[in-house]
Ligand binder design. Structure first.
Ligand SMILES: Nc1ncnc2c1ncn2[C@@H]1O[C@H](COP(=O)(O)OP(=O)(O)O)[C@@H](O)[C@H]1O
Ligand SMILES: [Mg+2]
Length: 293
């Protein structure tokens, strides 16, 4: 019976490691994986049809969103709209479009962490240069990040001095908005926790390359297996719950205490598999197996 279940995998790059792992995992649970890309999405209003290339999206039983694909301000909402419409048709979409949006937006996720009592560094988001300068002087050393950033791109450390203030003003002029976070002194590594369905599926340390303080694997960081403390596990599970993500990559940094720095609603499983042998795609497939009956 499960054999007839069609599971869409939204992925842009056909060779993407996580996309391939998800396809294999879906096959292993006896369902049919169908990859599609949002770059090919079409909605035909008269017929009500939603498709990507020649794939009828409304005929799917569930959709796993590996990535939303490269998009601009002008077309990103269309992709979210399609996911919302698929949900309306009764199709299980993981992660849900709402939770992907919350996790992708660092301002919203910081707000949700605070609201749910999840320890997160001091953060100020502002359009106002005076407020930004005030925050920098309170933090002493700040990390500036794009609100919709990923893979450590555009993350900068700013010191509380004349040069730092100049840089801050430049960044504000360029982006119209500043997301400033207190820099947390740490042991040169952070922790990526992969959560699936309210459980920790795997976790790794990510160690910054020499001379860097950015630990993302895509920025040259290396991965090592990591055993979480109970506190770290609890933080990761609560962060996933706060954003409503079924599966998520939660970044934790070890300072004077543990802090959740951000959450990713479309995380890669590659680093965790390579460092610890844990196949998070199988855990995601396991979740779907119970949901799609
Ligand atoms: N507040 C902070 N204090 C210290 N290091 C940080 C802080 N915020 C981010 N970093 C470092 O920068 C990296 C990228 O930041 P992150 O918030 O995870 O954004 P991205 O979405 O680009 O991965 C983190 O993995 C961590 O190594
Ligand atoms: Mg990160």
């Amino acid at each position: 019976m499960a054999k007839n279940k069609k599971i869409g995998i939204a992925v842009t790059d056909p060779g993407d490691w996580t996309g391939v792992a998800l396809r294999n995992a879906i096959r292993r649970i006896g369902m049919q994986p169908i990859k599609f890309s949002f770059s090919n999405a079409t909605s035909d209003i008269p017929s009500g049809k939603l498709y990507a290339g020649n794939i009828d999206l409304s005929a799917l039983d569930a959709v796993i969103v590996r990535d939303m694909g490269p998009s601009t301000k002008k077309d990103i909402s269309f992709r979210f709209d399609i996911l919302c419409q698929l949900k309306e048709l009764g199709i299980e979409v993981i992660n849900s479009p709402e939770s992907i949006a919350r996790a992708a937006n660092k301002y919203v996720s910081s707000y949700l962490f605070r609201k749910n009592g999840i320890n997160t560094p001091g953060t100020v988001v502002t359009n106002n240069p005076d407020e930004a300068i005030k925050a920098l002087s309170t933090f002493g050393c700040a990390v500036v990040k794009p609100v919709f950033g990923y893979k450590g791109i555009g993350v900068e450390r700013i010191e509380n001095n004349e040069e730092g203030v100049k840089k801050l003003k430049e960044l504000l002029e360029k982006n119209n908005l500043l997301y400033l976070q207190e820099f947390i002194p740490n042991p040169g590594r952070d922790i990526r926790v992969f959560v699936v369905d309210n459980n920790v599926a795997g976790s790794i340390y990510r160690i910054a390359p020499p001379g860097s303080w950015i630990n993302n694997l895509s920025q040259g960081g290396s991965a090592k297996p990591c055993i979480l403390t109970g506190e770290q596990e609890d933080l990761a599970l609560r962060a996933a719950r706060a954003t409503g993500t079924v599966y998520a990559g939660v970044d934790i940094i070890e300072g004077d205490r543990d802090y959740v720095i951000e959450i990713n609603g479309t995380p890669s499983g590659k680093g965790i598999f390579e460092a610890s042998g844990v196949d998070v795609a199988m855990k995601i497939a396991g979740y779907l197996k119970d949901m799609v009956v």
